[in-house]
Write a protein that binds this ligand. Structure first.
Ligand code: NI
Length: 177
């Protein structure tokens, strides 16, 4: 296992549409998942998509533990999500601050759907499905956007709400994904 270099915005590999994972339960897939978790932990991220470390596969990981210092951040279970599909459960959207390990130091106010169902596979090929809302739904949309070559700045409606985290209003940060 090893911490991998995270590509930064501007690298054309972040703009690709990733390819579906075709084979599960393989040593190389296990190693990729391990590397991604190690990389995410080293950078204190909430999520990471395989394309961010230069692997063009439809695989994301995410997870946010409950933190008494940030009671407003709802926990999200540690998840490996492969070949994801998202079904919107509502047209409703909400805006909140996001960051991204590929856009270090910056934050932006991003509209996201608030209620969706997602399905996919874990690294063993086990299919699962969840219906989620709000922050969990936001994290999933952010990560799955990476699989279609979309970084969150492209989702920002008002670019006056995009800036360096240490210049923005204190206390309105977001998890880095
Ligand atoms: Ni990201």
């Amino acid at each position: 296992m090893a911490v991998q270099k995270v590509l930064r915005m501007g690298d054309p590999r972040l703009l690709r549409v990733a390819e579906a994972v075709g084979e599960f339960n393989t040593p190389s897939l296990d190693r990729l998942v391990d590397d991604m978790f190690e990389t995410m932990a080293a950078l204190d991220g909430a999520g990471l998509a395989a394309p961010q470390i230069g692997v063009n596969l439809r695989l994301v990981i995410f997870g946010v533990e409950a933190n008494p210092r940030y009671p407003e951040v709802e926990p999200v279970p540690t998840t490996v999500l492969i070949n994801p599909e998202i079904t919107l459960m509502s047209e409703a959207m909400d805006e909140d601050w996001e960051g991204c390990l590929s856009v270090p130091g910056l934050r932006g106010l991003v509209p996201r759907h608030t209620h969706l169902r997602y399905s996919g596979f874990d690294q063993h090929g086990q299919r699962f499905e969840r219906e989620v809302k709000d922050f969990h739904a936001r994290v999933v949309q952010h990560e799955c956007d990476h699989l279609d070559g979309i970084l969150y700045p492209r989702r920002i409606r008002d670019l006056s709400r995009f800036g360096f985290e240490d210049e923005l209003v204190p206390g309105k940060g977001a998890e880095k994904a």
